[in-house]
Design a protein around this ligand. Sequence first.
Ligand code: SAM
Length: 243
Amino acid sequence: THFGFKQVPKQEKVALVRGVFDSVASQYDVMNDLMSMGIHRIWKRVAVQLANVREGDSVLDLAGGTGDLTKLYEKRVGKSGQVVLADINAAMLRTGRDRLIDHGLSGNIRYAQVNAECLPFADNTFDCVTIGFGLRNVTDKDAALRSMYRVLKPGGRVIVLEFSHPIDPITEKVYDFYSFNLLPKIGAIVAKDEDSYRYLAESIRMHPKQDELKQMMENAGLERCEYFNMTQGIVAVHRGYKF
Ligand code: SAM
């Protein structure tokens, strides 16, 4: 493909991830609200707050999907700023663009179909690179983090919003029951797609723990890396800077 994927297993995973999001693109927003009981809206607000962007800043919203984070960032950077909504999946990007236009936004928003692992932007381009519920799906996370670091301006920050790991055993038990028993059933009924939602639960369990992701960010060159747990660690925001 023109994204330059190299190995066969990797291609298979990329194809799988693409397929998952092709099949869920239209029900994506409804499912987000349903699965998280609306809480994903709060997680996203907190992430954008932690990004601390200013009027006039340029933001790259990677794996931006239907544009929830783009919308929040757009408010903060204002008309003099710019947000690039970027996603590997054309169906998600199209849904996102239609939605943003329906909300009356578009003037300072750009769209790009990109793979997070090899970003087609110049070095030192963005004040903030953000990836919300997307890093988990990326095959080579280290390559993605290095690529994010490269396109970041000195002084800029990376914000990773992602499912993480519960910090106490009770939350973990309840959450396991929810994601392996209830979630696939909700997926089957609402999105008529049990497999995609089973994949979702599995991909969350395989994602690196809070401290491991922090270490990966440091390995990519980011500095002053830290994370903020939300909802008992079910979700975490990781932040790191380029200096
Ligand atoms: N950020 C949005 C949100 O929080 O609602 C969308 C998150 S959605 C769960 C994950 C997105 O990651 C999908 O739209 C998918 O197409 C995209 N994605 C998966 N792998 C990617 C990659 N390697 N590069 C860029 N986007 C990718």
